[in-house]
Design a protein. Structure first.
Length: 304
């Protein structure tokens, strides 16, 4: 096998696999489809193996293709990490840490932890990107971020990633001060009578809440409106006398200042797991290790 394979060729091959075909990969790259096909063909010639077979209208990886895909992912992720390390050395910085997080975690939970780290590490460059969990995990896979912190997913861990459940955060049933329900405690069956503000059904938070509701015999909540950000949800609850489920970290201040009130559940409890994901083969710099330590310290406090 000729090991002198251009990284660009590996990137195109992986994109064809990830996007499910040459046409979608070309559209993603905004180039002509034949250019992508030519790169895949060149890679097959270089490696001396057929990487795809056609099954109807789909391209399916051969056994050789699967091995090359896993190898290419590691090569590409490692190259991104090396380039970041070299850039930091050339710039003479105090190091950097780049984190991907899901929406609420990146908005409310991570900022105090990361700003505390920055105070202790003058000159450090710390960046938090906010995305859906699937996008955050993909960034960790590709080496674009050092690690991802998202809602815990009770699913198979994506390829080449290590997963660690840090802690479980309570989900709070929140209401406006003067809105329904009249009591400060309800039973699970009473949820079907309340006007909920929900999140879009494509969001991971919706799925994790649905799983727990179904376990308590609740098929669906009566959702009045679906909004995409916690701040918009809280505002809608406070202004309209509606209710919502939210992680404790997202509503603690609102409960403390009386903008919202907590309604206890007498016969159930719901939670959101906080998960840490990073590449299995990832090398962590001292600053990145300190960021992980800060997260684990926060986990110890929450667990206690």
């Amino acid at each position: 096998m000729d090991t002198r394979v251009p990284l660009r060729r590996l990137e195109m091959f992986c994109l064809v696999v990830d996007e499910g075909g040459v046409t979608r990969a070309a559209k993603r790259l905004m180039i002509a489809q034949p250019a992508v096909s030519a790169q895949v063909t060149s890679l097959e010639k270089t490696l001396g193996a057929e990487l795809f077979v056609r099954a109807g209208s789909r391209l399916v990886l051969t056994e050789a293709g699967q091995r090359v895909y896993h190898w290419a992912k590691e090569v590409l992720a490692g190259s991104v990490q090396v380039q970041r390390d070299v850039d930091e050395l050339a710039a003479g910085t105090a190091g950097s840490v780049v984190v991907a997080a899901s929406m609420a975690i990146g908005t409310y939970l991570l900022p105090p932890i990361m700003t505390g780290l920055r105070r202790r590490r003058p000159g450090a460059e710390i960046t938090v990107h906010i995305n859906e969990p699937a996008v955050a995990l993909r960034s960790a896979q590709l080496g674009e971020v050092d690690f991802a912190v998202t809602s815990w997913l009770d699913e198979d861990v994506p390829e080449a990633l290590s997963a660690e459940k840090l802690w479980e955060e309570p989900l709070i049933l929140c209401a406006s001060p003067d809105g329904p329900p009249d009591a400060d405690e309800v039973r699970v069956r009473d949820l079907a009578t309340l006007p909920f503000v929900g999140v879009p059904t494509t969001v991971a938070f919706h799925r994790l809440l649905q799983v727990q509701l179904h376990a308590h015999g609740i098929a669906d909540l009566p959702v009045t409106i679906r909004l995409g950000h916690a701040e918009a949800i809280k505002q809608a609850v406070a202004d309209n006398g509606w209710v919502c489920f939210a992680p404790w970290y997202a509503v603690a201040r609102d409960l403390a200042d009386g903008r919202l009130r907590q309604v206890r559940l007498a016969d159930a409890s719901f939670h959101e797991g906080i998960g840490l994901y990073h590449r299995t083969a990832k090398y962590f710099s001292p600053l990145q290790t300190a960021a992980l330590d800060a997260l684990r310290e926060a986990a110890s406090r929450h667990t206690a």
